[in-house]
Design a protein around this ligand. Structure first.
Ligand code: MRU
Length: 492
């Protein structure tokens, strides 16, 4: 309406209505059929209903139908999501700001999308992925800045390889699958600025691969994605072909990550189902650590995929969410993500799990993994090991959900997995909303307090009940893992 002055209000409104209907022939056919239905009903003819009541019924059905069809439309066509958000009664408390990595306060944009149609995870009812090329300009890679969640949903665009590295290193994006997908697109962005001469192109890409690989040392998906892009580009005969291949492979990595997580959900569902049957339909209490939800991947998540699948199957579930100090992935991301999906959840301090297990309040544990050796040792967010020990002591099944892209086929011992150490400030300060509703970081400790910030720990295979993968649930044992996957391969 802002572009209409009052003289042109009616033509403008008419134009808007026309374009609205153009999108939805079903709406027109519905109106016609509804009108004819009303006029043909005996009640209407016999005047048992007043015209006013009939009109209100019709209006109600019309509005309901339009809401549903528009929401469906938004799923299918990303360009219409903006309209859906503006037009239908979705809450507008989600204002997505768009910026580049260096400037956070650019104009407001109220939607995000992926190039794929099968989106599932939602923010305020709108399906999202965690990373997607801008459909209008694929040289721009869009991400959600996870540092600001859940207080602000801010979309950033990556246009250079340096921005991709920064996004991974500074945790704008994080989590196994999403780090891999971002690395894939980072390699694509690097290929854009690489020289055309083939030898120079390869050297440039190898140099960037080294830098990118060091940005999050524990994350296996990082190296896996980088190697995959380099392998894919190897056969191409000119730099433009290499660039095209880099983009196609990065997109493939992202799509595959979503699909693998979806399959993890299918395989994990059976485990929850069995517990639910034993509990005769009482809610299944699942404890999770950190965020191995859709925000850590491209869609669905690994640890959360079976939970979403259980919800979809009508199984009542409740999730205990470890807050996961120091970065609070559980408190900020997992709790929010589950809320958005309508999954019952309760936030707990990292030290609470053992107590809950002793009192029969945890039926199973599902966590994710940043790197799992082919022998079954699991590196995951710091604190996971303690949960596994407590689970063993209390006879509670401890599952790790991971796509095979997270498996390290070279390392035999979890002990040899490099453990990332991060800045002390992540522990000595804490971020949240202040009274004015601004995101603020405050100092937690006395000045000069020293902190050791180990990002991950390793849970030995003997404490793991099973690995939930895209190919099925498997014991955390070398022979079983190799039996399920041809070595080093992650093909569907
Ligand atoms: O430091 P992060 O947030 O990148 O750590 C990764 C994690 O979120 C967890 O360790 C997660 O449980 C495994 S990754 C799906």
């Amino acid at each position: 309406m802002s572009e209409c002055n009052h003289l042109f209000l009616y033509p403008c409104l008419y134009k808007k209505l026309l374009s609205y209907f153009r999108y939805n022939l079903r709406a027109i056919s519905f109106i016609l059929s509804a009108l004819s239905h009303i006029h043909s009903t005996k009640e209407f003819r016999a005047n048992q209903r007043t015209p006013c009541v009939t009109f209100l019924c019709f209006l109600w059905r019309f509005i309901t139908f339009m809401s549903i069809s528009y929401t469906e439309m938004a799923k299918d066509d990303p360009t219409k999501k903006k309209k859906a958000l503006f037009t239908i009664g979705h809450k507008k408390n989600i204002l997505l700001t768009k910026g580049s990595l260096n400037s956070l306060s650019k104009p407001v944009l109220r939607h995000s999308t992926s190039t794929k149609n099968n989106l599932t995870m939602k923010i305020n009812g709108i399906p999202h992925r965690t990373i997607w090329p801008n459909p209008k300009n694929p040289r721009e890679i869009c991400i959600i800045d996870q540092r600001l969640l859940p207080h602000k949903v801010s979309i950033e665009t990556l246009v250079t390889k340096e921005q991709a590295t920064k996004a991974i290193k500074d945790m704008y994006v994080r989590g196994a699958g999403l780090i891999g997908a971002t690395a894939g697109f980072g390699m694509y962005l690097a290929s854009i600025s690489a020289p055309d001469n083939l030898a120079e192109f390869d050297a440039y890409m190898a140099g960037y691969a080294r830098i990118l690989n060091n940005s999050r040392p524990t994350a296996r998906n990082l190296k896996w994605a980088i190697d995959r892009i380099i392998r894919a580009m190897a056969g191409a005969e000119n730099s433009d072909d290499k660039r095209r291949i880099a983009f196609a492979t990065a997109s493939e990595i992202a799509d595959e990550d979503a699909e693998f997580c979806r399959r993890i959900g299918e395989h994990g569902l059976g485990l929850i189902q069995k517990i639910s049957e034993k509990k005769k339909g009482q809610p299944v209490n699942i404890l999770t650590h950190c965020n191995a939800g859709w925000l850590a991947f491209v869609d669905y998540g690994s640890a959360t995929a079976p939970i979403y699948a259980a919800r979809n199957a009508g199984i009542p579930v409740h999730v205990w969410v470890d807050e996961t100090r120091p970065w609070n992935q559980g408190a900020r991301l997992t709790a929010w993500e589950l809320q958005q999906e309508g999954i019952a959840n309760t936030l707990i301090c990292d030290n609470t799990g053992g107590h809950l297990m002793q009192h029969g309040l945890v039926d199973m544990i599902i966590v994710g993994s940043d790197r799992t050796t082919h022998t079954g040792d699991v590196a995951n967010k710091i604190g996971t090991y303690l949960k596994a020990v407590a689970a063993k002591d209390n006879n509670i099944p401890f599952y790790v959900a991971l796509p095979s892209s997270t498996i390290d086929w070279e390392l035999d011992k979890g002990h040899d997995i490099p453990i990332e150490q991060r800045e002390e400030e992540e522990i000595t300060s804490v971020m949240g909303l202040n009274d004015e509703g601004q995101i603020t970081t405050v100092q937690l400790c006395a000045p000069g307090t020293r902190a050791a910030n180990y990002g991950f720990d390793v849970t030995p295979a003997r404490l793991v009940t099973g690995l939930i993968t895209e190919r099925g649930v498997v014991a955390a044992e070398k022979e079983k893992i190799h039996g399920l996957f041809a070595q080093g391969q992650t093909a569907l």
